[in-house]
Design a protein around this ligand. Structure first.
Ligand code: DGY
Length: 348
């Protein structure tokens, strides 16, 4: 699909993206926009090299693509100066290779913070109240009357929510669970936690002033402290060498028998095979997963675990957010072409 065929700058989008703002932004700024209409979901390196061709000023790409040496070298040969990943996570991008070939990298933070945190909160509630199992039970025609034991789950109020990775999304999730459900909070982060600290301090003061029972909160000095104390643990770190299999067999064993684990970050943060074993051996342990170690696949056995809720990497999938991500992704490429700043976390 080609927009503004006579535009001066050739910009490729490897996928169609929601909304029209991003399209207008590019075509009103002298770009010839080519949107790949290939039906297969995941494009190979060869597919993308073919799209780049001999002349390409910038590419908007997706987290399913492997942006390493080969692609950055092809883009640079075609005169390309910018690559924008339509995602906040950029573990699919080799930033050193981009630097080597003089290609600026952009990502799309901010616009997906609340939407992603809302999915983590939805999965937390769905797991705590066993909503998916109960829905399946109804649809199977198994409901034959109210029973005191039927789908008994957990009351969140007064329980402890644990957050690992207290950046933008982790902090928004913590705010939802503390403010919305009056959960106590324990969190762990190697870096930035001031956003979260400011919120809990202010919220604690508000509760005190309103005469309500305050929630308790603490910054843990080790991740294991969070695993041992929390009733619901939500993972929000970036994926890199240090966070690969952050949650492994040993760490799963440290969690409460009835704990709930939520992952809306990246699949490889959890050792999925170890998780499947843990789910099988501990039927009261529950999990809500938006991401998987080798997407689009799930490790054998996970689909059969009744104590797992699985959704297909949809945490940022609200209309407002996806349109915002597309706009930011286009702005990044346009910015580089026109000499404006490119938004990229790792540059800050
Ligand atoms: C991201 O942005 O990194 C998400 O995984 C997709 O929105």
């Amino acid at each position: 699909e080609v927009w503004n065929p006579n535009g001066k700058y050739r910009v490729i989008s490897t996928k169609s993206m929601p909304g029209t703002r991003w399209i207008n932004l590019l075509i009103q700024n002298d770009c010839r926009l080519e949107i790949c209409t290939e039906k297969k979901t995941i494009l190979s390196i060869e597919d993308i090299i073919a799209l780049i061709g001999d002349k390409c000023d910038g590419v908007i790409g997706q987290l399913t693509e492997d942006w390493g040496e080969e692609l950055f070298s092809a883009l640079s040969k075609a005169g390309g100066k910018a690559f924008s990943n339509m995602a906040v996570g950029y573990n699919n991008v080799n930033v050193n290779a981009a630097n080597k070939y003089g290609v600026a990298v952009g990502n799309t933070p901010g616009v997906l913070t609340e939407t992603t945190a809302e999915l983590a909160a939805s999965l937390s509630l769905a797991a705590a109240r066993r909503i998916v199992e109960a829905d399946e039970f109804m649809r199977a025609g198994l409901y034959d009357g109210w029973l005191p034991h039927l789908f008994v789950g957990n009351l969140l109020k007064g329980q402890t929510v644990g957050v690992i990775g207290a950046g933008r999304i982790g902090s928004a999730y913590a705010r939802m669970m503390v403010e919305g459900f009056k959960m106590n909070l324990i969190y762990f982060d190697l870096y930035q936690a001031t956003r979260l600290e400011k919120f809990v301090t202010a919220y604690g003061a508000f509760l005190k002033a309103s005469g309500e029972n305050p929630v308790t909160w603490k910054r843990a000095s080790t991740m294991d402290e969070v695993l041992q104390e929390a009733d619901i643990i939500s993972l929000h770190p970036v994926l890199d060498k240090t966070t690969y299999h952050l949650v492994n067999k040993e760490r799963l064993a440290k969690m409460k028998k009835e704990a709930i684990l939520i992952n809306c970050s990246r699949g490889p943060v959890v050792d999925e095979a170890a998780l499947v074993e843990h789910l099988k051996q501990n039927p009261s342990f529950r999990v809500g997963l938006d991401v998987f170690e080798e997407e689009p696949y799930m490790k054998p056995g996970l689909a059969e675990c009744k104590n797992a809720i699985v959704v297909p990497h949809i945490a940022s999938a609200s209309k407002w957010t996806r349109e915002g991500m597309a706009t930011l992704a286009a702005l990044n490429v346009l910015g580089k072409i026109k000499g404006y700043p490119v938004w990229f976390d790792a540059n800050r």
